[in-house]
Design a protein around this ligand. Structure first.
Ligand code: AMP
Length: 523
């Protein structure tokens, strides 16, 4: 098992050790061995280098989850660049904004999405080179065919994989931004590798493990799935979007693929417990169930643990900016009378945590405050947003930079933290981070919308439901169908409001701001 300082070095070490082992599986479609994945990503590295990609550049990945996408991110790392995974299911305009924002030099894109993305990028004045991959191929043959075609035009000379500075960026993950546009969280090899090593120490994976890859690659949960798995020479089982939310098919897949380490947002585990018919299948291979991203309601967690009592269950907590920073192993069985969620637990061994009041002073143990994190797992900043980066950190007198998570917690006597809520307007929906301000900014782009205010409400089934309160410039308001279509074209699916409520004019406070409190009371 490699302790190298770069993500791709660790993968290369696994490939040297077990070239014949299966690295990635696309259930029902294909798979690739470590040796084949190493050669394919080498070929991509060479092509990227020929296209001018150097150390410190960015490469966009606009592919559905596939062996091609895994090879694409490894090839990017080997070329010394940072990969930028973009949600291929979100509107192309949002993808183009992200790719333009961080000035990618090359985009690796699925054929069906290439024209639309190209047009959106051209509209922004961006012309990165494109490597177009046919999406119906499996086992890496989409990328292999694209590279063969490019080699026929001009052969890419063999180069060497680049290992420069552990502080070089490994990937940029874009999350919802409160000012209306997504913001890029920059993470270095050092950030990623220290997190991956913490996972090795805590979950003790082996080459015999089969990891689920349920989260999309633009979501930070994917870092554990992909990079912990590849470091240990284990097998990564890709779970596609089409199965990802379909509880009965997903339950079958976990059993058939003999997944041993599962990681996802709690919402999908709650669906599995309710609708997965889990009792029908054999889950004897499943030894760890990890979840993160939002609070797991205890009644659903208990139902799951009763159906599957064998695995170890761990609640992992952390924002994209730090990846996992606290964790808690749920003691089983869960008592019938327990209704409060489990704590987010103790700080991970590679990080430090403290709880701050509004002035930035640490509070007494037991008091509420904002959780702040420092250490080698903490991001390098937000791409091209120096002021937001500066606001995100608190600099202590000893020079330590503490990342302010925006999460309100309290620390118990046993050093476990309890999550109490957010300081701002960010909510989690199906595990995705949603800034209500980004939805409002999206709605304001509609020509007929005069005012938009968005609120989230607790929802028994969905966890959180989102309502948009709107007023229009025109007497004839847009129809529900028109507004929903507009949202589908401008916002990712998980940001589309559940309800739209129209007003002639939204209620105002005495300072003439939209009165969110009164809006809340109308529901
Ligand atoms: P993201 O950047 O998408 O990973 O979202 C990070 C935010 O999700 C955190 O700041 C928390 O508000 C929330 N979150 C993450 N993990 C947990 C957890 N285990 N329990 C409760 N909230 C969580």
């Amino acid at each position: 098992m490699s302790t190298a300082a770069y993500l791709h070095e660790r993968f290369i070490a696994s490939a040297r050790q077990s070239a014949q082992a299966v690295a990635v599986v696309e259930p029902g479609k294909g798979s690739i061995t470590y040796g084949e994945l190493d050669s394919l990503s080498d070929r991509l590295r060479d092509r990227l280098t020929l296209l001018g990609v150097c150390r410190g550049d960015r490469v966009g990945i606009f592919l559905r989850k596939s062996v091609d996408a895994v090879a694409a991110l490894l090839g990017t790392l080997k070329a010394g660049a940072a990969y930028v995974p973009v949600d291929p299911g979100a509107p192309a305009a949002r993808g183009a904004y992200i790719l333009h924002n961080c000035a990618v030099k090359v985009v690796i894109v699925e054929a069906a999405l290439a024209d639309k993305l190209g047009a959106e990028l051209a509209g922004l004045g961006a012309m990165p080179a494109m490597i177009v991959v046919a999406e119906e191929r499996a086992g890496g043959s989409g990328l292999r065919t694209a590279l063969d075609a490019a080699d026929e035009q001009a052969m890419a000379p063999t180069t060497l994989s680049i290992h420069n500075q552990p502080q070089d960026l490994a990937y940029i993950l874009y999350t919802s931004g409160s000012t209306g546009q997504p913001k890029g969280v920059m993470l270095s090899h050092e950030n990623a590798v220290t997190f991956v090593d913490w996972c090795s120490e805590t979950f003790a994976p082996t080459a015999a493990d089969r990891f689920s890859s349920h989260a999309p690659f633009h979501f930070d949960l994917s870092i554990l799935d992909i990079h912990v798995c590849l470091k240990h020479g284990a097998t990564l089982v890709l779970v596609g979007e089409e199965i990802g939310k379909d509880a009965p098919r997903l339950a079958q897949l976990i059993a058939d693929e003999r997944i041993s380490i599962w990681y996802s947002a709690p919402s999908i585990l709650a669906l599995l417990a309710q609708f997965g018919n889990l009792a029908r299948h054999d889950y004897s291979a499943l030894r760890q169930v990890l979840f993160a991203g939002e609070v797991f309601p205890v009644k659903h967690l208990r139902a799951l643990c009763e159906l599957l009592p064998k695995p170890r269950y761990c609640n992992l907590y952390g924002p994209t900016e730090t990846n996992v920073c606290t964790w808690y192993e749920v003691p089983l069985p869960i008592p019938a009378e327990r209704s409060t969620p489990y704590p987010i637990g103790k700080v991970c061994s590679h990080l430090r945590a403290c709880v701050l009041n509004e002035e930035g002073a640490t509070v007494a143990r037991g008091s509420e405050g904002e959780l702040a994190i420092s250490g080698p797992g903490v991001m390098q900043g937000y791409w091209a947003l120096p002021e937001q980066t500066a606001r995100g950190f608190f600099n202590a007198d000893d020079g330590t930079a503490w990342y302010r998570t925006g999460d309100i917690v309290s620390e118990a006597e046993d050093a476990c933290y309890t999550y109490l809520g957010r300081r701002d307007r960010m909510v989690k929906r199906r595990g995705y981070r949603v800034e209500l301000g980004e939805i409002e900014a999206g709605l304001y782009r509609h020509a007929k919308i005069k005012e938009a205010a968005v609120l989230a409400f607790a929802d028994e089934q969905a966890g959180v439901s989102i309502t948009a309160f709107l007023s229009s410039h025109e007497e004839k308001r847009p129809s529900l169908i028109e507004i929903k279509r507009f949202c589908a074209e401008n916002l990712p699916l998980y940001m589309i409001p559940d309800r739209f409520v129209w007003f002639d004019s939204l209620p105002k406070t005495s300072t003439d701001k939209i009165d969110y409190q009164r809006l809340k009371e109308t529901c």
